[in-house]
Design a protein around this ligand. Structure first.
Ligand code: NAD
Ligand code: TDX
Length: 339
């Protein structure tokens, strides 16, 4: 198969490319990425010379460019990871979220149907369900929980998610959707909770906890998510939605304390800051459907995954230091300017 992976220079997309090239030696991957502030080409350096891999710098909203790439590559499948993904940025300025997350997904799906029923997978999120109360631990999101979003980010992801199901119903496009909980692991951009706290700890900087730190997220090791997407692409039923979750709910404050302990830093670094606007209280996923239909379940326990992640950040200082300094944004020009 030739698979177009969008957003492959970001956190989950890059992990997916590494996973997929190792798991399926017969497949070819074309990574399509705009290289926004969140895309980092140096992440993909280990596979740049693999003849089964190609990188193309392109915006998923660029219809002409996307169609030309389809014409050239004739892909069997598209997995859409590309998105503006940070809730706080969406609160600052929603417009680019609507453009990339909604319009971009529709351009990709139009290309899929124009070039003849190309298999399409939309990487959605558990945030499309909105949030759950903190005092009802028995409540979980299932695939039939109504979508009820809180932030411009989650509303834009819900738009793309529903549009994907509309392309199945209206045009018969062979699609699937996955709605996953919070991921953590290597190559995670240090604006998100876990990498931000690790990096700040290593610099002995304050650890900004929103509100009282009591909000709950369900954390899944990124490779487990990649395996789920891979299984859904190959064996999932078209037209279906699959929840993916870690069965690992934790309060933000407990995560931050754990990171302090692991790095031998004092909890006095913790600073409570103004809460996020519209802050979702709790996410919790019921992943029974993917377990029952595809035999998927998380393999990495949080205790192991978080240790592995912290070690990774200790061993890959250059990667995140270049991000913090902004230097990584020159990488493309340095590496590819003359090619
Ligand atoms: P990320 O922000 O790390 O990476 C996004 C990538 O998309 C970057 O490489 C960026 O350059 C690229 N991109 C952005 N706009 C683009 C455009 N217009 N055209 C082409 N490329 C573009 O995001 P992530 O955390 O890896 O998330 C990947 C996907 O998974 C997103 O769709 C996100 O909504 C979803 N998701 C993330 C999580 C999580 O915990 N991180 C959980 C569930 C679902
Ligand atoms: O500095 C911080 N302090 C803090 O208390 C940051 C960055 C976050 N937080 C809190 C807010 C959330 O309750 O930590 C929690 C996690 O925040 P994020 O890492 O921003 O993730 P979240 O808002 O839960 O969204 C993530 O999971 C679902 C991803 O960023 C999304 O792309 C995905 O869809």
């Amino acid at each position: 198969m030739t698979i177009i992976v969008t957003g492959g220079a970001g956190f989950i997309g890059s992990n997916f490319i590494f996973y997929s090239l190792a798991a399926h030696p017969e497949d070819r991957i074309v990574c399509l990425d705009k290289l926004t502030y969140a895309g980092n080409l140096s992440t993909l350096q280990p596979v740049m010379d693999d003849r089964r891999f190609r990188f193309v710098r392109l915006d998923i909203c660029d219809r002409e460019g996307v169609y030309a790439l389809f014409e050239e590559e004739r892909p069997d499948a598209v997995i859409n990871f590309a998105a503006e993904s940070h809730v706080d940025r969406s609160i600052e300025d929603p417009s680019v979220f609507l453009q990339t997350n909604v319009v971009g997904a529709s351009v990709l799906m139009d290309a899929c149907r124009t070039f003849g029923g190309v298999r399409y997978h939309q990487v959605s999120t558990d945030e499309v369900y909105g949030d759950l109360p903190l005092d009802r631990p028995e409540l979980l999101f299932t695939e039939s929980t109504p979508l009820h979003t809180s932030s411009p980010y989650s509303a834009s992801k819900a738009g793309a998610d529903l549009l994907t199901l509309a392309y199945f119903r209206t045009y018969g496009l062979p699609v699937t959707v996955s709605r996953c909980s919070n991921n953590y692991g290597p190559w995670h951009f240090p604006e998100k909770l876990i990498p931000l706290m690790i990096v700040n700890c290593l610099h002995d900087r304050p650890l900004p906890v929103y509100g009282q730190g009591l909000n709950v997220r369900d954390w899944l090791y990124v490779e487990d998510h990649c395996r789920a997407v891979d299984m859904i692409l190959r064996r999932g039923r078209v037209g279906e939605v699959y929840n993916v979750g870690g069965n690992n709910e934790m309060r933000n404050i407990d995560i931050v304390r754990l990171i302090c302990r692991e790095l031998g830093k004092p909890e006095s670094l913790i600073t409570y800051v103004t809460d996020r606007k519209g802050h979702d209280l709790r996410y919790a996923i019921d992943a029974a459907k993917i377990r029952r239909e595809l035999g998927w379940q998380p393999e990495t326990r949080f205790e192991d995954g978080i240790k592995r992640t912290i070690s990774w950040y200790l061993e890959h200082r250059t990667w995140w230091e270049e991000i913090i300094s902004g230097e990584y944004r020159d990488y493309y020009d340095r590496m590819y300017g003359d090619r």
